[in-house]
Structures are given as C-alpha cells and as structure tokens.
Design a protein around this ligand. Structure first.
Ligand SMILES: Nc1nc2c(ncn2[C@@H]2O[C@H](COP(=O)(O)OP(=O)(O)OP(=O)(O)O)[C@@H](O)[C@H]2O)c(=O)[nH]1
Length: 218
C-alpha cells in the first residue's frame, strides 16, 4: 500500500480518487496490486473495509495521481465501504468471468454508485467495468458480448477483460478512467493513438484483450 504524499512533497496536475467495487474474490485487490507495484500473489486475504493505493501516471505530459480505494466485496463491510463513495471522482466495477453470480451483481453495484452522493463528480459518475481472470478463459461463464450489452444499457465508459495474474489490460483500466476524468476536468484534453479508445463525449467504449474484439460504441 502506498502512502499519500502532500501536494507540496509531490506535485501533480491532477489527483483522482477512484473507488474499486464488486463482489468478493473477483480479484480487485490483485488488480490494484498489479497496477501499483507490478506484483501478483496467489496468497488470498479478503479486504477488510477499504485499502488505499496511489500511482502517478504521465498522461500527455501531465502528472496524474491515481488514488485507488480498493473496497471489500463482502456484504458485512458494506456500510463502511459506502461511506467512501462520496469523495470519489469515478467508480470501477469488477466481476470474475468464471463466476456468473459476480456478473449478475454488476447492476446492483451500478445502482449503488448511482444512488449515493458523489461530492467530487457531476452525475452521471463515470463508471467503468472490467472482467477479471481472463487467464481462466476456458472456465468462462460470461461472454464478452454480454458484458458489452450491459455496459451499453447502463451507459458505462468501457468494458475490459483483465488478468491480474498474467498482467493483461491492468494499466489500461486506470488509464481509461484517468483520461475520462481529465476530459471532464479540462474539456480540451486530446490524444491520438491506436490503443487509445478514449473519447471526449463519454460514449461507452468496449475493449477486450483480444484485438479483434475491440470496438467502440456510441
Ligand atoms: N487465475 C486468476 N486468479 C486471480 C486473478 N486475480 C485474482 N485472482 C485470485 O482470486 C482470489 C481473490 O482475489 P482478491 O484480489 O483478494 O479478490 P477481491 O475482489 O479483492 O476480494 P475481497 O477483498 O473479498 O473483495 C485470489 O485467490 C487471487 O489469487 C487473475 O487474474 N487470475
């Protein structure tokens, strides 16, 4: 877990607080650890309440601090975790592509995001979906297309298939969210590039780790 330095110690252009939510054991903590330190551990320990991680990104010459609040998926921590939503700028929702139940919970998580006050973000709060454990694709219970349909229905920014274990699409999740938040804050941020499916008007973006599955909706 990284410490959070004061602005004087560590200057930045943007600081974004992002909550990471989803059912227990979908791999939220592993994804954050992979993003923050590059490491993956099979040793499993459920999150108690909320954990914080910070990583600085350079996006088009701007120093962007991404502060991720990794929340416990277990029901018994719900009251604690909800109290952190209100100071977040954006929400990232995770499910496990080998467990349908975790996908079926996604509308519930979206509803939680929509129903709670986000003090630092204008509604609708930017919300991105990722399906983790793509290294276990042979045990897949949810087609990527189903996730795309759900994302379009609820107006999510993007869907990505990730693997914390094999380090697939991890940075992309946080980069997409950070770019969306920069756009919302500056209204003139722009970047070209083949892997960059970021759009200024917040249309839903759908990407997968297989290039042929990448598509842009909206
Ligand atoms: N195969 C595979 N296993 C993963 C991956 N990511 C996480 N896991 C495993 O999934 C289990 C749960 O991971 P966590 O990161 O603790 O899950 P969580 O969503 O943070 O769980 P809570 O803290 O209870 O909300 C662990 O045994 C991890 O090793 C992945 O990409 N692939």
């Amino acid at each position: 877990m990284a410490g959070i330095g004061s602005p004087e110690d560590d200057p930045f252009d943007f600081l974004f607080k992002i909550i990471l939510i989803g059912d227990s054991n979908v791999g939220k903590t592993c994804v954050v650890q992979r993003f923050q330190s590059g490491a993956f551990s099979d040793k499993h320990q459920n999150t108690i309440g909320v954990d914080f991680s910070v990583r600085s990104l350079n996006i088009d010459g701007k120093k962007v601090k991404v502060q991720v609040w990794d929340t416990a998926g277990q029901e018994r921590f719900r009251t604690i975790t909800q109290s952190y939503y209100r100071s977040a700028h954006g929400a990232i929702i995770a499910y496990d592509l080998t467990r349908r139940q975790t996908f079926e919970s996604v509308p519930h998580w979206i509803h939680e995001v929509e129903s709670l006050p986000f003090l630092f973000s204008l509604p609708p709060v930017p919300c991105l979906l990722f399906c983790n454990k793509s290294d276990l694709a042979e045990n897949r219970q949810i087609l990527f297309e189903e996730a795309c349909t759900l994302a379009e229905k609820f107006g999510l920014l993007a869907v990505l298939e990730t693997s914390a274990k094999e380090s697939r699409n991890i940075d992309e999740v946080f980069l997409l969210m950070a770019k969306e938040l920069i756009a919302r804050n500056t209204l003139h941020f722009h970047k070209d590039g083949p892997r960059n499916s970021f759009v200024l008007d917040s249309r839903p973006i759908v990407t997968a780790n297989e290039p042929e599955k990448n598509c842009l909706c909206g």
